[in-house]
Ligand binder design. Structure first.
Ligand code: SF4
Length: 357
């Protein structure tokens, strides 16, 4: 089946070409950018970012020399911000230590920050036609279903087994085409919920189809349960500007900006927030509070439930700056990178209404 497998797969790819902004490129810098952007991100969402980054930073030197806050701003909305920080660090490493030359072997590519075995194999095969097979979620799904592999894909044994199997299937002289084809086949044909089995070139061999196991494969050992977190944001404003603060702790959204935060164990109601603030010296007897809106953002391991409360200081009390905070005019908020749930709040409530005035 192994020769048959790659022949059928490559034929399927020829019949189902997928237009991608970086398709056909042999530029390792562009391939690296596209692969980092596509980690945890769908092609449709990632493509505008790829276009923005190749246009704003046409060369590795441009990326290396750019200020980090500009890169973070351009990355805004894509999530997993450590990817942007790693891109920047690796661009500097290539520019300053490797003389601007992108590494050309799998082992050297693997040394770049934020590049794991999957990304290194993708860059090595797409840019240099080196015979390294990629294994991502699409590959796990396709192989586990066609060959009836029940090993959990989140176990060390499972990962090793899948890597060995796909290495055997990889035609060494067509590594780039094979890698592209198997990922596209998983993304477009053998999809998680609705695989197109009736028009599938593997339908006669596919174990999952024969044994009615499509919904069971691939298997996972640990199903993730997402932790709920409750973020209560304080909108402290003097009507022309609003206070924001950078997240510096080792937590989600590091180096992004937010409003002053009060995290609670449970969802809050207005009267509970009022009591919580009353307990703090800087607010005691000095404020009025109103609820403005809420939002939710789902991350890989957490769900963030956000609520936004407007705090007005009574009488002659003027807004004070919390530790690490700064007042920024409404217009200048556009220059800072915020998590999606806050950016949405700003777009809906600050840019498009006069509630703060
Ligand atoms: S027959 Fe169905 S489950 Fe099997 S590989 Fe094809 S699309 Fe996937």
């Amino acid at each position: 089946m192994s020769k048959d497998f790659s022949t059928k797969l490559l034929r399927w790819q020829e019949d189902n070409p997928r237009p991608l902004a970086w398709k056909g490129s042999k530029n390792p810098y562009h391939i690296w950018l596209s692969e980092i952007i596509l980690q945890q991100t769908r092609v449709e969402q990632g493509t505008p970012y790829y276009i923005k980054f190749t246009s704003n930073y046409p060369t590795i030197a441009d990326l290396a020399n750019a200020p980090e806050n500009k890169i973070m701003k351009d990355w805004e909305g894509l999530g997993y911000y450590s990817r942007a920080r790693n891109l920047h660090a690796s661009a500097k490493y290539i520019h300053e230590t490797l003389g601007g030359k992108f590494p050309e072997t799998y082992e050297e590519i693997l040394k770049l920050k934020g590049v794991g075995t999957y990304t290194a194999a993708a860059i090595a095969s797409f840019a240099y036609d080196l015979p390294y097979a990629v294994v991502d979620g699409n590959v796990y799904r396709v192989l586990s279903r066609i060959f009836g592999i029940h090993l959990p894909i989140d176990s060390t044994t499972g990962k090793k087994y899948f890597q060995e199997e796909v290495n055997k299937l990889l035609p060494r002289e067509k590594a780039a085409a094979f890698n592209q084809a198997i990922m596209n086949f998983g993304a477009k044909h053998c999809t998680p919920k609705l695989p197109a089995c009736t028009s599938c070139p593997f339908s006669e061999d596919c174990v999952a189809k024969k044994d009615d196991l499509i919904g069971d494969l691939p298997r996972k050992k640990n199903k993730l349960s997402k932790k709920a977190r409750y973020f209560n944001y304080l909108i402290l404003t003097d009507s022309a500007s609003v206070q924001i603060v950078e997240r510096i702790s080792k937590d989600i959204w590091q180096n992004l900006f937010e409003f002053p935060l009060l995290e609670t164990q449970q969802e809050t109601k207005l009267n509970q927030m009022e009591l919580l603030l009353e307990e703090q010296d800087q607010f005691k007897d000095k404020f009025e509070i109103s609820f403005i809106g809420g939002g939710k953002q789902t991350l890989s391991h957490q769900i963030i439930h956000a609520k936004f409360y407007k705090i007005e200081l009574k009488g002659s009390n003027s807004p004070f700056t919390i530790e690490g905070g700064q007042f920024v005019s409404f217009k200048d908020l556009a220059n800072f990178a915020f998590p999606v749930v806050i950016r949405d709040f700003i777009s809906k409530n600050i840019y498009q209404s006069s509630f703060l005035l």
